[in-house]
Write a protein that binds this ligand. Structure first.
Ligand code: ADP
Ligand code: MG
Length: 249
């Protein structure tokens, strides 16, 4: 049996009495790529806010690599190895992709430099490798503001990976992207999934089908069902609350 990277038990979050997360139970294996879907307002972003420590649960526990996260602040949780990518890219526009990645690697190095004592050439190789991974070698030295939205998303995913997180949380990475860019981001996440545990929140069904192995459907702050894409798509409860609604549009 594989070990759990994340375990969430009986989680509830109330905002003035409204339960955005309602007695939610969830777990993810080390090395897994999990997609979390659900209609607007289901609690997906709040769920990520709790895992990262941005929001504290009203009840219940989040356990990451066997440690209860309750006592830790957001920056401490990030250092423990949970990296988060927000919906809108947060890259330095005036810097090049190479410089953006160098900064992320340097930040990581500051924390561990005395332990690892990495040399500069080693770092450059790392940045070069990241540029290849995110498919931005050809655009490595132009200002990031000239990148397309999809390229910026990939760059930011690269910046996240530069910090060597054990668990990557990615919130709606393909919102507003063209079909081609969506597919590129999907391929990138699949490549990263070979060596990382990743949770992706997403709305775009085409994209979910491209990357998903196991899907968790959230509804009204709880897990409605879990399974393969085919299983959840054919679940009458899911059709009712989510997919059925989409077909009406
Ligand atoms: P999703 O990402 O699935 O669309 P959210 O997690 O953003 O859903 O929101 C879930 C519910 O919780 C929504 O009804 C939202 O209005 C509510 N909510 C989220 N954050 C807050 C907050 N800080 N205060 C009050 N209500 C909130
Ligand atoms: Mg959201």
């Amino acid at each position: 049996m594989s070990s759990k990277i994340l375990e969430i038990e009986n989680l509830t979050v109330s905002f003035d009495g409204f339960k955005a997360i309602n007695n939610l139970n969830f777990s993810m294996d080390e090395g897994e790529l999990r997609v979390v879907i659900g209609p607007n307002g289901a609690g997906k972003t709040t769920f990520m806010d709790i895992i990262t420590g941005k929001t504290k649960p009203t009840e219940g526990t989040v356990t990451f690599k066997g440690r209860n996260l309750r006592p830790y602040k957001e920056y401490q949780i990030a250092r423990m190895g949970i990296g988060r990518k927000f919906q809108t890219p947060r890259v330095y526009q005036k810097l090049t992709p190479r410089q953006n990645l160098e900064l992320s690697c340097a930040q990581h190095k500051n924390v561990f430099s005395s332990l690892l004592g990495r040399s500069a050439p080693g770092e450059r190789r790392t940045v070069g490798g990241l540029l290849e991974t995110v498919g931005l070698v050809a655009k490595a030295d132009i200002p990031a503001e000239l990148l397309s939205h999809g390229e910026k998303q990939r760059l930011e995913i690269g910046m996240l990976v530069a910090q060597s997180p054990d668990l990557l949380l990615v919130d709606e990475p393909v919102a507003g992207l063209t079909d081609e860019e969506t597919e590129n981001v999907g391929s990138l996440l699949l490549a990263l999934a070979e060596s990382h545990s990743i949770m992706v929140i997403e709305h775009d069904m085409e994209f979910v089908r491209q990357i998903a192995k196991k899907v968790t459907v959230l509804h009204q702050g709880s897990v409605l069902c879990e399974g393969t894409m085919d299983e959840v798509q054919n679940d009458p409860r899911v059709i009712e609350v989510y997919l059925g609604h989409q077909e009406d549009e």
